[in-house]
Design a protein. Structure first.
Length: 239
Protein backbone atom coordinates (compact mmCIF):
# COMPACT_ATOMS: atom_id res chain seq x y z
CA UNK A 1 0.00 0.00 0.00
CA UNK A 2 1.26 3.45 -0.86
CA UNK A 3 1.91 5.99 1.89
CA UNK A 4 -0.19 9.09 2.41
CA UNK A 5 0.88 12.68 1.89
CA UNK A 6 2.36 13.99 5.11
CA UNK A 7 2.63 10.48 6.52
CA UNK A 8 -0.98 10.43 7.69
CA UNK A 9 -2.47 7.22 9.04
CA UNK A 10 -5.40 5.74 7.16
CA UNK A 11 -7.77 6.93 9.90
CA UNK A 12 -6.23 10.39 10.29
CA UNK A 13 -7.81 13.63 9.07
CA UNK A 14 -5.88 16.52 7.63
CA UNK A 15 -5.60 19.47 10.01
CA UNK A 16 -9.01 21.17 10.34
CA UNK A 17 -9.08 24.88 11.21
CA UNK A 18 -12.18 27.10 11.30
CA UNK A 19 -11.72 30.87 11.57
CA UNK A 20 -14.92 32.85 12.22
CA UNK A 21 -16.05 36.43 11.53
CA UNK A 22 -13.94 36.77 8.39
CA UNK A 23 -16.58 38.69 6.40
CA UNK A 24 -17.78 41.61 8.56
CA UNK A 25 -20.88 42.41 6.52
CA UNK A 26 -22.28 38.87 6.72
CA UNK A 27 -24.44 37.82 9.67
CA UNK A 28 -22.27 34.72 9.99
CA UNK A 29 -18.99 33.76 8.33
CA UNK A 30 -15.95 31.54 8.52
CA UNK A 31 -13.09 30.14 6.51
CA UNK A 32 -12.63 26.41 6.92
CA UNK A 33 -9.28 24.84 6.05
CA UNK A 34 -8.94 21.07 5.79
CA UNK A 35 -5.37 20.51 4.77
CA UNK A 36 -4.84 22.59 1.62
CA UNK A 37 -8.57 22.88 0.87
CA UNK A 38 -9.95 26.28 1.93
CA UNK A 39 -13.58 27.40 1.70
CA UNK A 40 -15.12 30.76 2.58
CA UNK A 41 -18.63 30.34 4.04
CA UNK A 42 -20.86 33.40 4.49
CA UNK A 43 -24.43 33.29 5.83
CA UNK A 44 -26.82 36.11 4.91
CA UNK A 45 -30.18 36.78 6.56
CA UNK A 46 -33.24 38.20 4.83
CA UNK A 47 -36.56 38.97 6.51
CA UNK A 48 -38.69 37.12 4.00
CA UNK A 49 -39.18 33.61 2.67
CA UNK A 50 -40.00 32.11 -0.72
CA UNK A 51 -43.68 32.71 -1.62
CA UNK A 52 -44.54 29.03 -1.31
CA UNK A 53 -43.24 29.14 2.28
CA UNK A 54 -45.20 32.13 3.58
CA UNK A 55 -48.39 30.37 4.70
CA UNK A 56 -46.45 27.88 6.81
CA UNK A 57 -44.95 30.54 9.07
CA UNK A 58 -41.65 28.70 8.75
CA UNK A 59 -38.26 29.89 7.60
CA UNK A 60 -35.91 28.56 4.97
CA UNK A 61 -32.21 27.76 4.69
CA UNK A 62 -30.56 27.44 1.30
CA UNK A 63 -27.06 27.35 -0.12
CA UNK A 64 -24.97 28.34 -3.12
CA UNK A 65 -21.57 26.89 -4.00
CA UNK A 66 -18.85 28.09 -6.32
CA UNK A 67 -15.23 27.34 -7.05
CA UNK A 68 -13.07 30.37 -7.74
CA UNK A 69 -11.37 30.28 -11.16
CA UNK A 70 -7.89 29.49 -9.80
CA UNK A 71 -8.92 27.28 -6.91
CA UNK A 72 -7.59 24.41 -9.02
CA UNK A 73 -4.42 23.73 -11.04
CA UNK A 74 -5.92 25.28 -14.17
CA UNK A 75 -8.38 28.13 -14.48
CA UNK A 76 -12.04 27.17 -14.30
CA UNK A 77 -14.52 29.41 -16.12
CA UNK A 78 -17.05 31.23 -13.95
CA UNK A 79 -20.60 29.88 -14.29
CA UNK A 80 -22.07 33.21 -15.33
CA UNK A 81 -25.09 31.71 -17.11
CA UNK A 82 -26.16 29.66 -14.09
CA UNK A 83 -24.93 26.78 -11.99
CA UNK A 84 -23.92 23.65 -13.89
CA UNK A 85 -24.88 20.10 -12.91
CA UNK A 86 -22.07 19.39 -10.42
CA UNK A 87 -22.48 22.80 -8.78
CA UNK A 88 -26.24 22.34 -8.48
CA UNK A 89 -25.77 18.92 -6.93
CA UNK A 90 -23.32 20.25 -4.32
CA UNK A 91 -25.33 23.29 -3.30
CA UNK A 92 -28.47 21.19 -2.95
CA UNK A 93 -26.52 18.79 -0.75
CA UNK A 94 -25.32 21.66 1.45
CA UNK A 95 -28.84 23.05 1.76
CA UNK A 96 -30.36 19.65 2.62
CA UNK A 97 -27.70 19.07 5.24
CA UNK A 98 -28.37 22.39 6.97
CA UNK A 99 -32.14 22.03 6.85
CA UNK A 100 -31.90 18.60 8.45
CA UNK A 101 -30.73 20.19 11.72
CA UNK A 102 -32.79 23.41 11.64
CA UNK A 103 -36.13 24.02 13.36
CA UNK A 104 -37.83 26.05 10.65
CA UNK A 105 -40.74 27.11 12.90
CA UNK A 106 -38.32 28.69 15.36
CA UNK A 107 -36.53 30.41 12.48
CA UNK A 108 -39.83 32.08 11.56
CA UNK A 109 -40.23 34.09 8.39
CA UNK A 110 -36.53 34.46 7.70
CA UNK A 111 -34.34 33.04 4.96
CA UNK A 112 -30.69 32.26 5.58
CA UNK A 113 -28.57 31.85 2.45
CA UNK A 114 -25.10 30.44 2.87
CA UNK A 115 -22.53 30.99 0.13
CA UNK A 116 -19.66 28.51 -0.02
CA UNK A 117 -16.81 29.76 -2.18
CA UNK A 118 -13.83 27.46 -2.66
CA UNK A 119 -10.60 29.44 -2.42
CA UNK A 120 -8.29 26.46 -2.89
CA UNK A 121 -9.27 22.91 -3.79
CA UNK A 122 -7.34 19.81 -2.76
CA UNK A 123 -10.16 17.29 -2.39
CA UNK A 124 -13.18 17.34 -0.09
CA UNK A 125 -14.57 20.73 -1.09
CA UNK A 126 -18.21 19.72 -0.68
CA UNK A 127 -17.63 18.13 2.71
CA UNK A 128 -15.61 21.11 3.94
CA UNK A 129 -18.39 23.38 2.68
CA UNK A 130 -21.00 21.56 4.75
CA UNK A 131 -18.85 21.60 7.88
CA UNK A 132 -18.03 25.30 7.52
CA UNK A 133 -21.55 26.28 6.44
CA UNK A 134 -22.91 24.83 9.67
CA UNK A 135 -20.71 27.22 11.65
CA UNK A 136 -21.61 30.25 9.50
CA UNK A 137 -25.34 29.51 9.72
CA UNK A 138 -25.18 28.96 13.49
CA UNK A 139 -23.56 32.40 13.83
CA UNK A 140 -26.31 33.91 11.66
CA UNK A 141 -28.92 32.28 13.89
CA UNK A 142 -27.20 33.77 16.95
CA UNK A 143 -27.36 37.16 15.24
CA UNK A 144 -31.14 36.78 14.89
CA UNK A 145 -31.40 35.91 18.59
CA UNK A 146 -29.23 38.86 19.64
CA UNK A 147 -31.40 41.23 17.58
CA UNK A 148 -34.55 39.89 19.24
CA UNK A 149 -35.90 38.59 15.93
CA UNK A 150 -36.23 34.99 17.14
CA UNK A 151 -36.38 33.55 20.66
CA UNK A 152 -33.62 30.94 20.42
CA UNK A 153 -31.08 29.42 18.06
CA UNK A 154 -33.07 27.10 15.76
CA UNK A 155 -30.15 24.76 15.10
CA UNK A 156 -31.12 21.53 16.89
CA UNK A 157 -27.65 20.03 16.56
CA UNK A 158 -24.64 20.50 14.36
CA UNK A 159 -23.96 18.73 11.08
CA UNK A 160 -20.62 17.97 9.41
CA UNK A 161 -19.29 15.93 6.51
CA UNK A 162 -16.17 13.96 5.61
CA UNK A 163 -14.88 11.97 2.67
CA UNK A 164 -13.68 8.39 2.87
CA UNK A 165 -12.65 5.89 0.25
CA UNK A 166 -10.75 2.80 -0.78
CA UNK A 167 -7.28 3.63 -2.10
CA UNK A 168 -4.99 0.75 -3.06
CA UNK A 169 -7.41 -1.55 -1.26
CA UNK A 170 -7.14 0.42 2.00
CA UNK A 171 -10.00 2.35 3.64
CA UNK A 172 -8.78 5.93 4.11
CA UNK A 173 -10.31 8.96 5.75
CA UNK A 174 -10.43 12.53 4.38
CA UNK A 175 -9.07 12.02 0.87
CA UNK A 176 -6.96 14.72 -0.72
CA UNK A 177 -7.09 15.34 -4.49
CA UNK A 178 -4.41 12.80 -5.37
CA UNK A 179 -6.15 10.06 -3.39
CA UNK A 180 -9.61 11.02 -4.59
CA UNK A 181 -8.54 10.86 -8.24
CA UNK A 182 -7.14 7.34 -7.84
CA UNK A 183 -9.63 5.83 -5.37
CA UNK A 184 -11.40 2.56 -6.17
CA UNK A 185 -14.33 3.82 -4.06
CA UNK A 186 -15.11 7.45 -3.27
CA UNK A 187 -17.66 8.25 -0.56
CA UNK A 188 -18.97 11.32 1.25
CA UNK A 189 -20.70 10.93 4.60
CA UNK A 190 -22.88 13.67 6.12
CA UNK A 191 -23.97 13.15 9.72
CA UNK A 192 -25.23 14.99 12.77
CA UNK A 193 -23.46 15.43 16.07
CA UNK A 194 -25.87 12.92 17.57
CA UNK A 195 -24.79 10.24 15.11
CA UNK A 196 -27.68 10.44 12.66
CA UNK A 197 -26.88 9.98 8.98
CA UNK A 198 -28.07 12.74 6.68
CA UNK A 199 -26.62 11.52 3.41
CA UNK A 200 -24.18 8.90 2.18
CA UNK A 201 -22.80 9.25 -1.36
CA UNK A 202 -20.64 6.33 -2.42
CA UNK A 203 -19.49 5.17 -5.84
CA UNK A 204 -17.35 2.31 -7.09
CA UNK A 205 -15.04 3.70 -9.75
CA UNK A 206 -14.45 0.23 -11.20
CA UNK A 207 -15.26 -3.13 -9.69
CA UNK A 208 -18.16 -3.40 -7.23
CA UNK A 209 -17.18 -3.47 -3.57
CA UNK A 210 -18.53 -5.71 -0.79
CA UNK A 211 -20.93 -4.66 1.95
CA UNK A 212 -18.30 -5.10 4.67
CA UNK A 213 -16.16 -2.41 3.00
CA UNK A 214 -19.14 -0.06 3.02
CA UNK A 215 -19.69 -0.64 6.73
CA UNK A 216 -15.97 -0.16 7.46
CA UNK A 217 -15.86 3.13 5.56
CA UNK A 218 -18.95 4.50 7.31
CA UNK A 219 -17.48 3.54 10.69
CA UNK A 220 -14.24 5.28 9.72
CA UNK A 221 -16.13 8.39 8.65
CA UNK A 222 -18.26 8.55 11.79
CA UNK A 223 -15.16 8.33 13.99
CA UNK A 224 -13.42 11.05 11.97
CA UNK A 225 -16.41 13.38 12.19
CA UNK A 226 -15.86 13.68 15.93
CA UNK A 227 -12.74 15.74 15.21
CA UNK A 228 -14.74 18.07 12.95
CA UNK A 229 -17.49 18.51 15.55
CA UNK A 230 -14.78 19.45 18.03
CA UNK A 231 -13.38 22.01 15.54
CA UNK A 232 -16.86 23.48 15.10
CA UNK A 233 -17.35 23.69 18.87
CA UNK A 234 -14.02 25.46 19.26
CA UNK A 235 -14.90 27.97 16.52
CA UNK A 236 -18.29 28.64 18.11
CA UNK A 237 -16.77 28.77 21.60
CA UNK A 238 -18.96 25.96 22.84
CA UNK A 239 -17.69 24.17 25.93
Amino acid sequence: MGGRTGGRRADQLRSAIIETDVAPYAEGSCIISTGATRVLCTASVSTDVPPWREASGSGWVTAEYAMLPRATHTRTRRERSGAKGRTQEIQRLIGRSLRSVTDMKTLGLHTVTVDCDVLHADGGTRTASITGACVAVSLAFEYLVSEGLIVRNPMRERVAAISVGLVNGEARLDLDYEEDSSAQVDMNVVATQGGGLVEVQGTAEGDPFPREDLDAMIDLAMAGLETLFAAQASALRID
